[in-house]
Design a protein around this ligand. Structure first.
Ligand SMILES: Cc1ncc(COP(=O)(O)O)c(C=O)c1O
Length: 549
């Protein structure tokens, strides 16, 4: 084996001498994260090949070859959950059912709450309400008056609590209504907002867009325009919106021709940046500090364990500084995609937290003060959309609703509030506060003997399941039963608003522990297979489905 490796090593060295292109190609391959997340083309092909199959009643409860008595406990647990949901949320479920056929998104999210083999049977047993009618404090209420603690964070938008956004939205409407829907000409608040944003981001200029996805599209387009290069580097697992070029792999019907997906926090990726001349920009989503090289941990992909190491912020900060150096050396635009973490980790977002100044920064979500928005802030040299010496060579970017008066005014109200002493006080010492909270949760979970841990990047949490098991995703329904609301991706993404009190956290912990205790009592964690058995079970299921297909 050693001799073979040596032979391979010298072959690589020979290739380096003889064929720099081949060497660069090999270097690129080595900088890819092993596994499907790092190889989007293969993942795309596999996704097209993977046969669908459903576990019927007889296999649903015994997918892990559990004995009959244990299956009966699980069956009874599921029946109890179903009865409870139906009796507590009748109106909400009725409306959800009526909307399902008409709203494509609802069909999609309803299907992908859990791993697909379990999805059909589960949907036949119970539905999950998609409607809410009121939000106050950290709670939301459905059409049946049932209240939930909101752990969804509204996909990350909710940084300061629902009441805060109700105020900024109202204030935005009040300031903007006299102008109505005049577009093209600006509401006077635009200047104030631009001044505040450039100050906060440490950048020179601002452009307004309608969503985070569009902000990312524009940042990448600018990077290509100014560098004259085509390729984008993104890091394995990072989400940057649903635009095709930043979403290679399953989800996008076309392979992304000009996107390199490289290993996060890895010297080999810096090697690629140093050696290639075709890279326009590097996109960084600092949320990846929570789970480098992995996609957002959704429950539909929770086939076995979910192991996530505690965050190492120092290491991630060092990595960003190295990236900054290499991008500067190579004339590559460093884009921080702060659509999720901006204004959450610190007033100045990840740039401030890690002490790194990017060339272009994208924001969205919370910045709209509750309304939809995307913003790019950047250095003048990267933001400019024309060339004095070549007037026909422009970088076009428009959008009918860009800088909509009501959005701009809600954003202004958001940015004004951000500077208030009350909000500034919320940021004070928050890193330590969230560390202590997560430690408290982990201690309680461990003491109770539940196979669950929390991992966190400040207020952004994820539940980890260190031991293998085929039913960890069931926890999302036990959490719902306890009045803890998650988004459709489930237990992998819990997002707190920064205004939660210690008493709120205690209540959430109490309910989490109750959910885990009930899940355990109903037998979903009993008789868990070893990871070897689990892999075998999955392989056998797929094989059977493939043969039947
Ligand atoms: C880091 C990041 N970039 C971009 C986007 C896309 O933003 P939007 O959903 O507003 O298009 C998201 C959305 O979750 C995001 O988290």
């Amino acid at each position: 084996m050693t001799t073979e490796l040596l032979a391979l090593g010298s072959a690589a060295a020979a290739a380096a001498l003889l064929a720099p292109r081949a060497w660069r190609r090999a270097q690129l391959s080595l900088a890819k994260q092993p596994g499907l997340a790092g190889h989007s083309r293969i993942a795309l092909r596999l996704a097209r090949w993977l046969p669908g199959y459903d576990l019927d009643e007889s296999r649903f409860f015994g997918a892990d070859d559990a004995p009959e008595a244990l299956q009966q406990r699980r069956r009874a647990g599921l029946a109890r959950l179903a009865t409870g949901f139906k009796s507590r949320h009748p109106r909400t479920l009725e409306l959800t059912q009526a909307a399902r056929q008409l709203v494509s998104d609802l069909q999609f999210t309803g299907r992908y709450r859990v791993p697909f083999p379990f999805s059909r049977y589960l949907r036949e047993q119970f539905g999950v309400g998609a409607f809410l009618e009121q939000a106050d404090g950290n709670q939301v209420q459905d059409l049946d008056g049932q209240r939930f603690w909101d752990l969804t964070g509204s996909y990350g938008v909710n940084v300061f609590g629902h009441g805060f956004y109700q105020r900024t939205m109202t204030e935005g409407a009040r300031r903007a209504l006299p102008l109505g829907v005049v577009l093209g000409s600006y509401h006077p608040a635009v200047l104030d907002v631009a001044q505040r944003l450039t100050r906060l981001s440490g950048q020179d200029e601002v452009s307004f867009h309608m969503s985070g996805t569009e902000a990312v599209m524009q940042a990448v387009r600018l990077a290509r325009y100014h560098s004259g290069r085509k390729k984008i580097v993104r890091f394995c697992g990072a989400y940057h919106g649903w635009w095709g070029e930043v979403q290679p792999g399953p989800g996008n019907p076309l392979p992304a021709e000009h996107t390199y997906t490289l290993r996060d926090m890895d010297e080999r990726s810096l090697g690629v940046l140093r050696s290639r001349n075709d890279i326009a920009c590097v996109l960084v989503n600092p949320l990846q500090a929570l789970h480098p090289n992995r996609p957002a941990p959704g429950d539909s992909a929770l086939l076995g364990s979910r192991v996530i190491a505690p965050v190492d912020l120092d290491a991630y900060g060092r990595w960003l500084r190295r990236l900054r150096e290499v991008c500067s050396e190579r004339g590559i635009a460093l884009i921080f995609d702060e659509v999720f973490v901006g204004f959450r980790l610190a007033p100045g977002g990840a740039q401030q937290l890690f002490g790194v100044n990017a060339d272009l920064v994208t924001y969205g979500k919370t910045l709209g003060g509750g309304l939809p928005v995307g913003v790019v802030c950047g250095k003048s040299a990267w933001m400019r959309r024309f060339r004095d010496d070549k007037p026909a060579d422009i970088c076009f970017a428009r959008g009918t609703f860009n800088a909509h008066p009501q959005v701009i005014c809600a954003m202004q109200a958001f940015l004004e509030a951000l500077e208030s002493p009350a909000i500034q006080a919320i940021y004070e010492g928050q890193a330590k506060r969230w560390d202590e909270r997560a430690a408290r949760f982990n201690q309680a979970l461990q003491q109770a003997g539940h196979p669950v841990q929390v991992r966190h990047l400040q207020s952004i949490w994820t539940l980890a399941f260190p031991t293998p098991g085929r039913y960890h995703w069931m926890l999302q329904f036990y959490l719902r039963e306890q009045g803890l609301l998650l988004s459709w991706v489930g237990s992998g993404r819990i997002v707190f608003s920064l205004d939660v009190s210690e008493a709120d956290m205690d209540e959430v912990l109490r309910r989490l522990l109750a959910a885990c205790a009930q899940m355990r009592a109903d037998g979903w964690w009993d008789g868990a297979p070893s990871s070897k058995q689990l892999k075998r079970q999955l392989l056998m299921e797929t094989w059977r489905a493939w043969r039947q297909a």
